[in-house]
Write a protein that binds this ligand. Structure first.
Ligand code: DUC
Ligand code: ZN
Ligand code: ZN
Length: 488
């Protein structure tokens, strides 16, 4: 009986810190050995010339999610995680989205049911809180945190999702008490509302005006405000989907000043731009997401932010809506930009696009690619070292890359249910040719081998990233002023 279930021989194995050429052996669901001339496995894969990375961790994606408008996005857990698996992503963190008036507990249990039915890769949830009434924060949140839900998302914009400043502080305070990370959609609501109204009043309704309607200063203002709230309450935050140079600069200064701020950008903000929305008719809707795609200078600032550590990770923000009456055209064939669902598909192509743009292009090394797409999200959301690395004892979630394989991204060939990709026509070098999840080969030669429902929930505590620094604002310091009263 061979000592291992599977041995991958002679690949270059990349983690966030090391690059070695070695054999890798798997027993059961975990990595059992990494070394030279390892004993045999029941299955052997000759992989010299290939690269092994940890399975991708996509820490921000919307799956089977109900929008405040009543629209559900195009993907089920099955279709989204099938697409994720084909692209080398083996862990996802989608959302359990509360809408006003809803019980948080009920919302989370419904998303659990959907994921248990369909998920093909492993998953955790961020819990979106839109209605932080005392009952929710005091009664419903604590048991959810104990059950392994340790990150929340808050919106600073959208009529039906946004939480007012004092309520944001309530949620952040509750998060601090229970050890949760708080993820923020940081855009100024008033600036978006004011700009949108004036554009529509003047007849500027096409998709390209979506980019204009989310002013860059609106992102800067809200990012500043979120950082101030975080510093005030000493509650770590994750700034989701940063899109502008200004936001990167603000985060750079805040981190330099010692604030515990984390920041994400997404594939589309690195590779696409506002010019993509500028197409005839309604076609630009396929490039509409929020925050919107920006300018070349923003993309350069985001890349620099990833290089110098200001931004820690790249997610997909997969939010698929079809170009039909179930999605982007739900309000009719000729909607104004305000009536079109925001979001792009991207869960499948995040890793191949970034492998090409980071590694094949020579812009970053393999270790940095692994850090930004797997290790950092796993660490920040406390899934590391089970996920996000290649190490003895870690889950055998692995991607085998052919670094020389060139693929042109075609419109019809995706595995999600969006019906299009905003990256059609792009050529990438480097492609995931085999994907393993907990030791099982789930994608091989373009074929999916895993069954819906075989993905597993990953309960987690907030971990190191969600821990306060211990430096409360002076007004809240219990040894001074009225701090003790305010903390009560
Ligand atoms: N925010 C997201 O995080 N994703 C899609 C749309 C949005 O506003
Ligand atoms: Zn958002
Ligand atoms: Zn999102």
């Amino acid at each position: 009986m061979p000592p291992f279930d599977l041995v991958i021989r002679g690949a270059r194995i990349a983690t966030a810190s090391d690059l070695v050429t070695a054999d890798l052996a798997i027993r059961g669901e975990t990595i059992a050995a990494i070394g030279r001339a390892l004993p045999s496995g029941r299955r052997e894969i000759e992989a010299s010339g290939y690269i092994v990375t940890p399975g991708g961790v996509d820490a921000h994606c919307h799956i089977e999610q109900l929008a405040a408008t009543g629209l559900r996005n195009a993907d089920s857990f099955e279709s989204a995680t099938r697409a994720a698996a084909h692209g080398g992503t083996t862990t996802v963190i989608p959302f359990a989205a509360q809408h006003r008036g809803m019980s948080l507990e009920k919302v989370v249990s419904e998303y659990h049911e959907a994921a248990e039915r369909g998920a093909i890769v492993d998953y955790a949830f961020h819990v979106i809180v839109t209605d932080p009434r005392p009952q929710i924060l005091e009664q419903e949140l604590p048991p959810l945190v104990r059950a392994g839900h340790s990150s929340l998302k808050l919106f600073m914009t959208y009529d039906r999702l946004r939480v007012e400043d004092d309520r944001l502080l309530d949620v952040m305070w509750a998060a601090r008490r229970h050890g949760c990370m708080v993820c923020m959609h940081a855009e100024n609501h008033g600036m978006i509302a004011w700009t949108s109204r004036r554009l529509l009043e003047r007849g500027y309704t096409a998709p390209r005006y979506h980019a204009v309607s989310h002013p860059r200063y609106g992102e800067a203002e809200a990012v500043n405000r979120a950082i101030a709230f975080s510093a005030f309450l000493d509650q770590p935050i994750m700034l989701f989907h940063l899109s502008t140079r200004e936001a990167v600069e603000i985060v750079h200064r805040a981190r330099g000043a010692g604030h515990k701020i984390f920041a994400e950008t997404c594939t589309q903000y690195l590779l696409l731009g506002a010019a993509d929305l500028d197409r005839p008719g309604i076609e630009g809707a396929m490039w509409m997401c929020s925050p919107p795609l920006r300018e070349p200078g923003d993309r350069e600032a985001l890349w620099q932010g990833l290089e110098n550590g200001t931004l820690q990770l790249v997610s997909s923000d997969h939010a698929p809506y079809r170009m039909d009456e179930t999605g982007k055209l739900a309000k009719g064939p000729n909607p104004s930009f305000k009536e079109i669902a925001n979001g792009l598909p991207g869960i499948e192509l995040r890793l191949p696009l970034l492998f090409d743009a980071m590694v094949s292009s020579g812009r970053m090394d393999l270790c940095r690619f692994v850090e930004l797409t797997a290790a950092a999200p796993a660490r920040i959301y406390n899934l590391h070292p089970k996920k996000g690395t290649v190490a003895v004892g870690a889950d055998a979630d692995l991607v085998l890359w052919d670094p020389a394989l060139e693929v042109t991204i075609e419109q019809g060939l995706r595995y999600d249910n969006a019906g299009y990709t905003p990256y059609a026509g792009r050529k990438v070098r480097g492609w995931p040719v085999m994907v393993l999840r907990r030791g099982e080969v789930i994608v091989e030669k373009g074929e999916l081998r895993a069954r819906p429902g075989s993905g597993r929930f990953l309960p987690r505590t907030g971990g190191e990233a969600a821990k306060p620094t211990g430096r409360l604002a002076p007004e809240l310091d219990p040894s001074r002023n009225f701090g003790a009263v305010l903390l009560d």
